[in-house]
Design a protein around this ligand. Structure first.
Ligand code: KIV
Length: 264
């Protein structure tokens, strides 16, 4: 078992201690991430963009996710490993059960699914069977074609209320973590205060219980223009370990995310 568990993350939320998360897809980065004292590793389907060079996460398959989850597991000693369920791998509850089982057997401790209220039954069934779920809300990159681009979500009062309702309902259905991507600060704060489970934010403001970044983004080696919520920690530190340690320290002290990384 890793040192970081859902229980320890919930204790951190109650104590007001910020948690840290970065993506990883291999054993070597995972070892550095462990050394830096990061709490959660996300084996993200962002690998479709940063490793495979695609312009979205849609081409990522279960085979890719299982392979990279195994690689991360091989390098991990203490972080909690969260693995993404890729595009269309949880169309039905039965399909979600089969695919989530493969990710857990590859080394994940929790799986992440993108979506809203339609996920409730699937979340409940996975939870009943011992598979914790992180519900990814807000900007859900697998729905980029429906959303019309990588845009900030929850900007109107109606959209914000609907996101809040989704978070509350998914927690009630059994979600163990909520991940919020690209929402105004006020939405990140309201959802974090409304639910008892830890909330991880990316472009969701400084008030969420934890922050996540794609490791290639926070090392400044992604080829495309970085999103507003990204900070390059490598350029100021000069080593991968130094960058990760600086990220941990800035998240824990509340220095990151700063106003220039947030949406209002
Ligand atoms: O796949 C990923 O890296 C993610 C993060 C952007 C949260 O889902």
């Amino acid at each position: 078992m890793p040192n970081i568990t859902l229980h320890s993350l919930t204790r951190m939320k109650l104590a007001g201690d910020k948690a840290t998360c970065v993506t990883s897809y291999d054993a070597s980065f995972t070892q550095r991430i462990n050394q830096a004292g990061i709490d959660i590793i996300l084996v993200g389907d962002s690998l479709g963009m940063v490793l495979q060079g695609n312009d979205s996460t849609l081409p990522v398959t279960m085979e890719h996710m299982v392979y990279h989850t195994r690689c991360v597991r091989a390098g991990n000693s203490q972080c909690m490993i969260m693995a993404d369920m890729p595009f269309m791998s949880y169309r039905t509850t039965e399909q979600a059960m089969t695919n989530a089982t493969d990710l857990m057997q590859a080394g994940a401790q929790i799986v992440k699914l993108e979506g809203g209220l339609w996920l409730k039954d699937t979340v409940s069934k996975l939870y009943e069977q011992g598979i914790p779920v992180c519900a990814h809300l807000g900007l859900t990159p697998q729905a980029v074609n429906k959303l019309g681009g990588y845009r900030v979500q929850g900007k109107t009062p109606e959209q914000a209320a609907s996101l809040l309702n989704e978070a509350i309902e998914l927690e009630a259905a059994g979600a163990s973590i909520i991940l919020l991507e690209c929402v105004p600060n006020a939405v990140g704060k309201a959802i974090t205060e409304a639910v008892n489970v830890p909330v991880i934010g990316i472009g969701a403001g400084p008030d969420t219980d934890a922050q996540v970044l794609v490791i290639y983004d926070m090392l400044g080696i992604t080829p495309h223009k970085p999103a507003r919520f990204v900070k390059d920690f490598l350029s100021q530190e000069g080593s991968v370990l130094g960058a990760l340690e600086s990220y941990v320290s800035e998240v824990k002290s509340g220095q990151f995310p700063a106003p220039e990384h947030c949406f209002n």
